[in-house]
Ligand binder design. Structure first.
Ligand code: SF4
Length: 161
């Protein structure tokens, strides 16, 4: 059974977001994958040593800064490398990560101005995973993720003798 690395805040369970909340995904396919034990929930920022709650953080020029201007890039990089190590160790086939996050976003992130403005780009962890060949889908791309999973698990036709 193929395993899927997922942002932990998308799952019921521990509240890991910076504001102490979750962004629970209730799509029946995601819940079924969870029930079957396919999901590997991980929060890169917790793995990077950050507490809950923690200051809101955004990326600027590839570096991570809190709203009050403190640089926290080192923790983000540590969390990313620990997440990649976990994905490789547990054999994740691909990932579903929370869009817009400075760690997990794969298509969009906030632009560093703390004005609610999004910009195309990827978070520190998603970027590292993709750079190491792991496909990353956002929680908005479950149709694509499901098709990708089905293709991975399709039984190949018998080879001609
Ligand atoms: S780092 Fe990722 S898993 Fe953790 S709270 Fe942020 S989006 Fe969710």
């Amino acid at each position: 059974m193929k395993k899927i690395l997922v942002s932990e805040c998308l799952c019921a369970g521990r509240a890991v977001r910076y504001d102490g909340g979750r962004k629970t995904l209730d799509d029946p396919r995601f819940l079924k994958w969870h029930e079957k034990g396919r999901l590997i929930p991980v929060c890169p920022e917790i793995l990077g040593g950050f507490p809950v709650p923690r200051p809101e953080t955004q990326l600027r020029g590839g570096r991570a800064f809190t709203r009050d201007g403190r640089e926290v890039t080192r923790g983000f990089v540590l969390g990313a490398s620990r997440t990649l190590a976990l994905a490789l160790k547990l054999g994740a086939a691909f990932a579903i990560m929370k869009e817009n996050s400075p760690s997990c976003g794969s298509g969009f992130i906030y632009d560093g101005s703390f004005t609610g403005t999004k910009t195309p780009g990827a978070g520190v962890t998603a970027k590292l995973l993709m750079g190491n060949g792991l496909r990353v889908f956002s929680e908005h791309d479950l149709d694509e993720a499901e098709a990708f999973l089905n293709a991975l698990e399709a039984v190949p036709p018998p080879s001609p003798l």
